[in-house]
Design a protein around this ligand. Structure first.
Ligand code: UD1
Ligand code: CA
Length: 456
């Protein structure tokens, strides 16, 4: 056996009946990523020669969801058991490799446990765990000298075996040549009429080999997802682990039980995060960033000292240093804010660039717009960027003052230093350094009376 040649097989063909879902189990999300993606991420970190995924229920939906990954896919058209699943992968295994078998529904699988298991394994090795409640799992049967003799599945176990609390995690390492031979001897003479992978343990013992075990005490790392409650339990476990890592990196979490990170959150020093925030995709928070309660931040980059007040949403946004955002702001894709900009409540920005020191503090929609330096956009300003068919840009120069309740009908350009009077509808370019006003002149009608109700 070539000690350095590693093949990984991931079993992902099952339906997951107890999920009560038409979606294959391994496509359900944990922390924003499919279960199978978590297992793949672990597998990739072990630098295998190849990763083989056995799929079945749901057909091509599963491979289609992982087009971006380099995977050898093997179909198990009928799910006849874990042993039958590995049989499907056997022809693709490198002859002298070590094989690590992972389960697609065990998402928090731990890299160091896998490494420890692999380094111990000669012909066959098992990752086991001692559980308070072993119910449902295959039991590890050992002899008087503590050597493993077999795995007995719950449904096939006798009363004595049912009391064993060391169980099979399902994660198994073996060398290819022996594994292939054992797989050929499997039968389905058992309570579930399935071809059990776990039967290879007794075969190995019968062939005179000692089965090595790596025992972990991390129950979550070997826990399988069989139902929505299982999924929710592991989601919380995963979130708490991430929260701990963030705090260890110096982040102040106002409550580590109330944060959800569904992706990668990169943080600087002295970052503070209030309760109820959700971070999705890749988010970078530089030194001193403060995030208020209940913000949803996706694929965005926030510069040093920027503060975000509660209930702010942002996606694909780049924000420079010392900005003040929210509360209740919505920053949509393509928005970039330069240093010291202020975006206030009920302001929506989309595909817009705001330069140094500019402010949009209240109730505005700004889309497809470039705003210069030190601009003040008054309350209720709307860039009318869409004519029902096409989108157009608005250009606003430096030092512009836009009065409240202004509509800027794009395409339109407002020159540097221009002032737009409140309540204007601007349809033509406004020149630099001048006051532009477009509204009916105020008049008072003498002798006018409010209508009265007619008495019947
Ligand atoms: C299996 C183990 C059990 C272990 C437990 C750990 C066997 C016989 N039993 O039991 O010892 O304690 O995992 O969670 O191996 N799968 C396929 N094709 C199939 C059947 C299953 O790909 O025909 C996949 C499933 O999608 C799943 C994994 O294998 O990802 C485990 O299958 P499951 O039916 O959940 O096995 P358990 O009964 O939990
Ligand atoms: Ca299972």
């Amino acid at each position: 056996m070539n000690k350095n040649l590693l093949n990984i097989v991931i079993l992902a063909a099952g339906k997951g009946t107890r999920m009560h879902s038409s979606k294959p189990k391994v496509l359900h999300n944990l922390a924003g990523k499919p279960l199978l993606q978590h297992v793949l991420n672990c597998a990739k970190q072990l630098s295998p020669e190849k990763i083989i995924v056995v799929y079945g229920y749901g057909g091509e939906i599963v491979p289609d969801a992982f087009e971006h990954e380099t995977i050898s896919w093997v179909e198990q058209a009928e799910q006849l058991g874990t042993g039958h699943a590995v049989q499907q992968a056997a022809p693709l295994l490198d002859k002298d490799a070590k094989v690590l078998i992972l389960l697609g529904d065990v998402p928090l699988v731990n890299i160091s446990s896998c490494k420890a298991l692999l380094s111990k394994t000669e012909q066959l090795g098992l990752l086991t765990v001692k559980k308070q409640n072993p119910s449902g799992y295959g039991r590890i049967v050992r002899d008087a000298s503590n050597k493993v003799t077999a795995i007995v599945e719950q449904k096939d176990a006798n009363d004595v075996q049912l009391k064993i609390n060391e169980v099979n995690s399902g994660i198994i390492a073996a060398n290819t040549s022996h594994l292939s031979a054992w797989l050929q001897q499997l039968n389905n003479n058992n309570a579930q009429k399935e071809f059990y992978l776990t039967d290879i343990v007794a075969m190995a013992v019968n062939d005179g080999f000692e089965v090595s075990t790596e025992i972990t005490d991390d129950e979550a790392a070997v826990a399988g997802v069989n139902s929505k409650p299982d999924l929710a339990t592991l989601e919380r476990e995963f979130q708490q682990r991430q929260a701990l890592k963030l705090m260890q990196a110096g982040v102040t979490l106002f409550d580590p039980l109330r944060i959800d990170v569904r992706g990668d959150l990169e943080v600087g020093h002295d970052v503070e995060i209030d309760v109820g925030c959700i971070f999705e995709g890749k988010v970078v928070l530089a030194n001193g960033v403060k995030i208020g309660a209940y913000c949803v931040i996706k694929d965005s980059n926030l510069g040093v000292g920027t503060t975000v007040a509660p209930f702010t949403h942002m996606e694909q946004v780049v924000i420079a240093d010392d900005c003040r955002i929210g509360p209740f702001a919505r920053l949509r894709p393509g928005t970039t804010l330069n240093t010291d900009t202020h975006i206030g409540n009920f302001v929506e920005l989309k595909n817009s660039q705001v330069d140094v020191g500019s402010k949009i503090n209240h109730l505005s929609y700004v889309g497809d717009t470039s705003i210069g330096k030190s601009v003040n956009i008054g309350a209720g300003t709307i860039t009318c960027n869409y004519d029902g068919a096409n989108k157009f840009r608005t250009q606003i120069g430096d030092n512009v003052f836009i009065g409240s309740d202004t509509q800027l009908i794009a395409p339109v350009t407002i020159g540097d230093g221009a002032t737009i009077a409140a309540g204007s509808t601007i349809t033509k370019d406004a020149p630099a350094d001048r006051l532009t006003i477009s509204r009916g002149r105020q008049i008072t009608i003498e002798g006018w009376k409010r209508p009265q109700k007619v008495k019947k």
